[in-house]
Design a protein around this ligand. Structure first.
Ligand SMILES: [Zn+2]
Ligand SMILES: [Zn+2]
Length: 262
């Protein structure tokens, strides 16, 4: 996971009090279209700093930025109040849930990188802070448009709640049912088909080229080499795995997210 801590933005420790945040994550958005997906990541950092300024200024007067975290369209998680802190984000759940804002507006699509970024952040919170499995949208707490219809659909259909590396609707080449069909988890050398094609496209977008065969849907030597290179780039020392585990898939997706964030 790529996580930028408060120090990245020049912020000291938060003044927010402890919150158990043990129930899960709540997804938010911005009410304006920001266009951050078309800009370099430095614009996301600028947005994050401005958001804190606004939240602490006369309009809001809060002790800190309202959210626990943000995840930008490049898939990078950015720390707000951080783990297990009370928030000013979703009344009724400010101390029992972690808030994550997507930094997008109503007309903007949620990028595959952002989806993967949320999944990795959620997995990290679950592992290190005992956060529960829940995934909600702001509008589940109060009457609001937040997190927008696009993100809320992904809340409801379970997209954010899947493991890192699982399929992302619209990026794979799976069937009309989308979710779950093109997961790379479980694939092994010798496999053929649309799920292999999905793996190959992700590998190429992550910078691990398949110069000879491309995304041909056959998991052969060339694909195997690219898988190992992607895993190695994430610090894996394992020389060979006979199938793609959840951990391997997460490494490949992390390599992909990092590449497109550049
Ligand atoms: Zn919200
Ligand atoms: Zn960004």
């Amino acid at each position: 996971m790529k996580l930028e801590r408060r120090s990245t933005f020049g912020w000291g420790a938060t003044a927010a009090g402890y919150g158990s945040c043990h129930l899960g994550i709540v997804i938010h958005y911005d009410s304006g279209n920001l266009g951050l997906h078309k800009k370099p990541h430095s614009a996301c950092r600028e947005y994050w700093k401005n958001t804190r300024r606004f939240h602490m200024g006369p309009a809001r007067g809060w002790a800190d930025i309202g959210y626990s975290f943000g995840v930008c369209p490049h898939g990078i998680a950015m720390e707000g109040r951080g783990p297990r802190r009370q928030q000013a984000a979703q009344p009724g759940g400010n101390s029992t849930w972690h808030s994550i804002t997507l930094m997008t507006g109503p007309a903007e699509d949620i990028t595959p990188a952002a989806i993967e970024g949320v999944r990795q952040l959620r997995a990290w919170l679950r592992k290190n802070y005992g956060t529960g499995a829940g995934v909600k949208g702001h509008r589940d707490f109060i009457s609001t448009s937040c997190p927008g219809n696009k993100a809320y659909a992904l809340v409801r259909n379970g997209t954010f709640g899947k493991a890192p590396g699982a399929s992302i609707p619209g990026t794979g080449s799976g069937g009309a049912n989308g979710i779950g069909e093109d997961d790379m988890v479980g694939l092994r050398k010798g496999d053929k088909g649309e799920r292999v094609k999905y793996l190959q496209v992700i590998l190429m977008k992550a910078g691990f080229d398949l110069p000879k065969y491309g995304a041909d849907g056959h998991y052969g030597d060339e694909t195997e080499k690219a898988v190992l290179a992607a895993r190695k780039s994430q610090g894996s020392k394992q020389g060979f795995g006979d199938r793609i585990t959840g951990w391997a898939a997460a490494q490949i997706m992390t390599a992909y997210v990092q590449k497109i964030a550049k």
